[in-house]
Ligand binder design. Structure first.
Ligand SMILES: Nc1ncnc2c1ncn2[C@@H]1O[C@H](COP(=O)(O)OP(=O)(O)OP(=O)(O)O)[C@@H](O)[C@H]1O
Length: 288
């Protein structure tokens, strides 16, 4: 459970989530983690000790922590959405209500109904939703640094602050061995479609196809970026002439002074190579 997630929403939901798991006949153990590193280590120990599943209560950061422990092990992850950004839960079709999500996970566990999905891997880090670099990673980094305002407003402030610094960056992108060097505003590499709390950046990303979908936004003016942003909710930004979409199993990115974020968490500085690992993530409670 990520205590800070959703401005305390995860903490508030935790008791009811535990009760729902107990009622379903499970014996959940709460991991007393107060940092993401703690959460990852404790979840990995629980998996090694034979835990039936890892239940991540929080936002995409909590799911990202749980993912590090379960990826490639066959142990399922249950995503109980209680954060500001719940993009993995959205992509999986998990119930939006934390207690309903916990019940759905418990039912699947009892029925042995486990879904197998791809996961992204960059260096030693796993990710489940979208890896981004450029304007978006700068926004995420700034939002994570801000102590005020809390909740989604932090992103609004970060978006404005980074808009002021907007400029195209030269990036070398190698997709399944085919290189191209181009100026970009941002590159988003999607295992699933959504990031940033419901923005459908890689609209057709399918976590069962063995590929990553790559959305490249070329140079755009501040005005154009602001005008196009609402189209991200529906995913129709891909029709914009500055946007191109690609698909690859291996994505290499290089660029001066750029970092990548995935699932809202820092992953690696460039250069970085990301791969799609088919079947690395098992999930329960996601509505099939
Ligand atoms: N068990 C945990 N204990 C402490 N911190 C955690 C734990 N799990 C995740 N975190 C960290 O807490 C932060 C917030 O958690 P999370 O992303 O789950 O919620 P959120 O409300 O969506 O977050 P954000 O404030 O980034 O929008 C993340 O940066 C994450 O790394």
């Amino acid at each position: 459970m990520s205590p800070a997630a959703g401005r305390g929403r995860a903490r508030a939901a935790a008791t009811a989530v535990l009760a729902a798991l107990h009622t379903a006949g499970l014996a959940p153990r709460v991991l007393p983690a107060t940092t993401r590193a703690d959460a990852e280590r404790q979840a990995a120990e629980a998996v090694a000790a034979g835990a039936a599943a890892v239940v991540a209560v929080g936002g995409d950061g909590a799911a990202h922590a749980g993912l590090q422990a379960v990826a490639g092990t066959g142990t399922p992850l249950a995503v109980v959405p209680a954060g500001t950004g719940n993009d993995l839960a959205l992509a999986l079709g998990a119930p939006g209500d934390p207690v309903a999500a916990a019940r759905a996970a418990a039912e699947d566990l009892r029925a042995g109904a486990v879904r197998t999905l791809d996961a992204g891997r960059t260096g030693s880090r796993w990710w489940a939703t979208v890896l981004c670099c450029g304007y978006d990673s700068a926004v995420t980094a700034r939002a994570n640094r801000l102590r005020w305002p809390r909740g989604p407003r932090r992103y609004d402030v970060a978006i404005l602050a980074e808009l002021a610094r907007l400029r195209p960056r030269e990036v070398t992108l190698v997709l399944d061995g085919v290189p191209r060097t181009l100026p970009v505003t941002l590159v988003a590499v999607g295992n699933t479609a959504w990031y940033g709390g419901g923005l459908r950046i890689c609209p057709d990303a399918d976590p069962t196809d063995g590929f990553l979908d790559v959305t490249v936004v070329g140079p755009v003016s501040r005005r154009e970026l602001v005008r196009t942003r609402p189209r991200l909710t529906a995913g129709t930004h891909v029709d914009h002439p500055s946007v191109s979409v690609h698909r690859a199993a291996r994505v290499e990115l290089a660029g001066e002074g750029l970092v990548t974020y995935a699932d809202g968490e820092p992953v690696a500085p460039l250069p970085a190579t990301s791969v799609c690992v088919p079947g690395a993530l098992c999930v329960v409670g996601t509505g099939r």
